[in-house]
Structure formats: C-alpha cells, structure tokens
Design a protein around this ligand. Structure first.
Ligand SMILES: NC(=O)c1ccc[n+]([C@@H]2O[C@H](COP(=O)([O-])OP(=O)(O)OC[C@H]3O[C@@H](n4cnc5c(N)ncnc54)[C@H](O)[C@@H]3O)[C@@H](O)[C@H]2O)c1
Length: 326
C-alpha cells in the first residue's frame, strides 16, 4: 500500500473519490479539490479534522486553482468530471467543456510538478461496441454526434487521448482506468441513472423498481472496494504507466435480474414495473444491450481481479442505504 505521499484527489467529495480518500488518508497526506456540484461534504466530513487531510472547494476548470491544490503533490488521482446521464441529455456542452478543459488543466499542472496521474475513464468509451468482452485495444463504436448521449463517451475518449499525448510528448507518468458500473455506499442515483441506488431507494420505500425497456440489457456491476483496490494498485505498479486498463467485474447481470435480487435481499414483496426508454430520456437516447469487460490486462499488470460478488455487495449497499433512507 502506498504511503508517505502527498496526493491530490480531484472529485474527492464524490462517490469513488471519497472512498479513495478513506483508503489513502491513513498513510498519506490527501488534498481534495471538488466544486461540490455532485459531491457532498457528508462524504468527507469524517476526515475534516485530520491533519493529513485538506479540502479545497474549487473548480478544475481554473488552472490557478488546480496549481494551488496540486502544490507539493507527487500523485494526482483525477476523478472529477461531469458525470451522469442527466447531464448528457440536459447539458451536453457542460459535459464536453468541463471534462476536456479540466483534464487538460490537471495534465498541464502534473507535467510542471512531475506528478504521476491516474485518470478515471469509463466503460462508456466503448460506446455500443459488440466485440465482447471489451478489450482495451478493441474498437469503439459510437452513434451520430446529433445524439447527445455520446457526448460523455466522447469527452472521456478525448481525455484519454490527452493523457496519451502528455505521456508521449512529455513522458508524463499516467495511467488510464476504465471503470465499469461501480456501486456501493455513497453512490448517487437520480431519475436518470445509477441503477443500483435508484432501485434500492425505491424498494426500501416500498415502491417497485422501474425497469427500462424489457430489462434484458446487461451490465457488470463492480463493488466499490474492488474499484478502489484497482485504483490503488495502478498507483503502485510501474508497468501500469502509459496504459489503459479496464477495472470492472466481468459477471453479467440483466437489469431485470438485478431488480429482482434487490427486492429479494431487501425482504420486500414487490414486482418490477416496465417503462419504455423513450418516455424517460426522449427520442435521442440510445441504450447499450451488453457491456462486459475483458479484465485480463488488469490481472496481468496489476494483479487485480474483482473479489466481491453481487449478492454480498448488494447486501452491504442495502444495509448502508437502510441507514440513510427515511
Ligand atoms: N461510478 C461509476 O460507476 C463510474 C463508472 C465509470 C467512470 N466513472 C468515473 O469516475 C469518476 C468519479 O465518478 P463518481 O461516480 O464518483 O461520480 P461523482 O459525481 O460522485 O464524483 C465526481 C466528483 O467530481 C466533482 N466535480 C464535478 N465537476 C467538477 C469541477 N468542474 N471541478 C471540481 N470538481 C468537480 C463533483 O462534485 C463530484 O464530487 C468520474 O470521472 C467518472 O466519469 C465512474
């Protein structure tokens, strides 16, 4: 486990970022830079009194703010981004500009301070590629630019190119991680996405989970401790530098199957409801039927593999939500 480092975590008040803070703050000095747009103080409040912890409320779009936050840091974990299907549909311009300008600022500052960068990318980069399981060197398949849902995928792919560009031109040590649907305590759901928190929140309130389409679309869900472990290993392993690596479970679950598991594990007597995609996202939304990672590269380079199965992960998540849902 990495220790004695000064680490900047952008987006550290968010879901994944705050779990990284918890894992790193015991042995390192951690600075969080977050504008609290989706992140929450409650995710980091328990660390505020620690001497090794510093919180800066600020925006990655300001290079001066990034410079200040990164001062003295040998590692930057870049988690901040405009995330969530809501934004892809409602404000695609914000997704594109914040994600691209923010990442450029991080890389530019890292280059000048000799910091190593871990960049949080996403399985969305693959788009609707049907070359399953999805390999890091495989094709990406995206729809038309007139369809807003692809703006997030495009922004993250652009960021990945930026990372490779900085690595090539300036020998910046950078690792790109493509996370696949992470879930666990603190994960946020809204009417637009984050299927596990959305289902759990409904079920705990005795409302039926609402399954989009026929529910036969699949995802691979990764428990937060696995997401965090993959990220931490990428900091340590020298052979991960300059690489893009999938971090995700490779066990496929249908959305309908997920809804039923959550109902069962919550001990409720509910039946899933089906609703058409269009009534939700409008005509311009395209969903992806299957998305399965090839995790052999993560195994080879990081010695990483997912450890927590869906039942155990859901149980821990439901217990956590049970405490916060009133
Ligand atoms: N959760 C997942 O399953 C998943 C899957 C793939 C990729 N990712 C990536 O992982 C990263 C973390 O995602 P998350 O699920 O924790 O989301 P999150 O929304 O909880 O975290 C993002 C954080 O970034 C902050 N932020 C947003 N814009 C900012 C800005 N301009 N300046 C400073 N801070 C800003 C938010 O306030 C938030 O705290 C993101 O980059 C996301 O694209 C997540």
């Amino acid at each position: 486990m990495i220790s004695g480092e000064d680490i900047l975590i952008t987006g550290g008040a968010g879901y994944i970022g705050s779990h990284l803070v918890d894992a790193l703050v015991e042995r390192n000095r951690v600075t969080v830079l977050d504008n609290l747009s989706t992140g929450k103080m409650s995710n980091i409040q328990h660390n505020m009194k620690r001497e090794e912890f510093r919180f800066i409320k600020g925006d990655i779009e300001s290079i001066e703010t990034v410079k200040k936050a990164a001062k003295g840091c040998s590692i930057i974990i870049h988690e901040a981004a405009v995330v969530g299907v809501k934004h892809y549909v409602v404000d695609p311009l914000k997704v594109l500009l914040v994600n691209s300008r923010g990442t450029e600022n991080i890389l530019e500052v890292a280059r000048k301070t000799d910091a190593k960068v871990v960049f949080a990318s996403t399985s969305e980069v693959y788009g609707r590629s049907k070359e399953l399981p999805l390999r890091e060197d495989g094709e990406r398949l995206l729809g038309s630019t007139s369809i807003d849902r692809w703006c997030y995928s495009t922004s993250k792919a652009f960021d990945e190119h930026l990372c490779f560009g900085y690595h090539k031109k300036y020998s910046l040590p950078v690792v790109i991680l493509r996370y696949f649907n992470s879930y666990g305590p603190r994960a946020e759901g809204s009417e637009y996405g984050g299927v596990i928190p959305v289902f759990i929140n409904r079920v705990l309130r005795n409302n039926a989970p609402q399954v989009h389409g026929d529910g036969m679309q699949t995802r691979c869900f990764t428990y937060i401790s696995d997401t965090v472990e993959g990220t931490l290993l990428s900091l340590e392993k020298k052979n991960a530098v300059g690489e893009v690596i999938n971090i995700g479970s490779d066990v496929e679950t249908t959305i309908l199957g997920l809804a039923e598991k959550i109902i069962l594990l919550s001990g409720k007597k509910l039946k899933s409801e089906f609703i058409p995609y269009e009534s939700f996202y409008g005509k311009s939304y395209e969903d992806i039927r299957r998305r399965v990672p090839d995790v052999s590269k993560a195994k080879r380079l990081l010695g990483w593999g997912p450890k927590v199965n869906l039942e155990d992960g859901l149980r821990m998540t439901i217990t956590w939500y049970g405490r916060v849902v009133h």
